[in-house]
Design a protein. Structure first.
Length: 70
């Protein structure tokens, strides 16, 4: 049943998010360390990032919403 699979997927993602936040609060990393680890996107690189994201997500979106799988 697809509803059970969706519920299990949401539950698994929720657990991952919950434990990520809990571990972040328990460890309390320094702000300077966190800011150095985060990726930075410059203005000219933004188009490349958006193109890669669109090429990865859009075909799956077409497949999911097509009438072929219904």
């Amino acid at each position: 049943d697809i509803r059970k699979f969706e519920a299990m997927s949401v539950l698994a993602a929720g657990f991952v998010l919950l434990y990520y936040v809990l571990l972040f609060l328990v460890n309390q990393p320094e702000v300077s360390f966190v800011m150095n680890v985060l990726p930075r996107v410059r203005g000219e690189s933004l188009y490349t990032v958006l193109a890669l994201l669109g090429a990865s997500i859009l075909p799956h979106n077409f497949y999911i919403h097509s009438s072929i799988i219904q």
